[in-house]
Design a binder for this molecule. Structure first.
Ligand code: DX5
Ligand code: ZN
Length: 217
């Protein structure tokens, strides 16, 4: 029986109070902390880079799950290892050498993740499953929080079959809320990223709602 983990995305947190926001979601039941890195090039939005991620590290007691929406990836792998990422996920669409990228992430001492945009078929990771600890199925086109869920349950089922008994997580990212979460878990996902659904209705002054939101997913 596979445990379902909730990984709140701090993309929907208060950007002036990341430390307090991270501590609040963990105290209230987050299994992992999902960190969305965007470069204004691979995706049309810009968030933060290695120095900020390094500053988050002491506040994260669980697992820091860093999702790179950047291209290229390889020149920054060591910087994210230094910053303390536990899992580093790169997009299969980010360059021609994802196989090399996943090897380099593991060689730098992190778990390796590979993410698929909604338009990318499951087959794109067929030759990567022994190099990856996690496959991230995007259920929105990456770049922004709060977008509506795109149904990728067919792709999740296909990936679960391809993975077989390898110890590879299937993470789902985008538009996950109490309505869509059961669909992706049913299809075989075991890590649910949720940004707006977790931070909705809360604030640094009033973080108690985060636990209720996490349990609702
Ligand atoms: C999308 C990011 C997601 C996003 C999820 O570009 O990779 O992690 O923040 O946010 P919600 O849950 O609001 O769709
Ligand atoms: Zn993400």
């Amino acid at each position: 029986d596979r445990k379902t983990r909730i990984a709140p995305s701090i993309l929907s947190a208060d950007f002036a109070n990341f430390g307090a926001e991270i501590r609040a979601i963990e105290e209230q039941g987050a299994d992992w902390v999902h960190v969305d890195v965007m470069d204004g090039h691979f995706v049309p939005n810009l968030t933060f880079g290695p120095p900020a991620v390094k500053a988050f590290r002491p506040h994260v007691k669980t697992v820091m799950d860093v999702h790179l929406m950047i291209a290229p990836v390889d020149p920054y792998i060591d910087a994210y290892a230094q910053a303390g990422a536990d899992i580093l996920t790169a997009h299969v669409e980010a360059g021609p050498h994802i196989h090399r990228t996943l090897q380099a992430i593991r060689a730098a001492g992190m778990k390796a993740g590979v993410a698929l945009n909604p338009g990318t078929p499951a087959e794109a990771v067929a030759h990567l499953l022994d190099l990856a600890d996690l496959v991230c199925v995007m259920t929105v086109n990456p770049g922004f929080g709060g977008q509506s869920f795109i149904d990728m349950t067919g792709k999740i089922r296909q990936l679960r079959a391809m993975i077989g008994d390898r110890p590879v997580h299937i993470e789902v990212d985008g538009g996950v809320d109490p309505k869509t979460a059961p669909l992706v878990v049913q299809a075989g996902a075991d890590v649910l990223v949720a940004g707006s659904a977790v931070f909705r209705g809360g604030s640094v002054a009033q973080p108690r709602v985060y636990g209720d939101n996490i349990r609702a997913i």
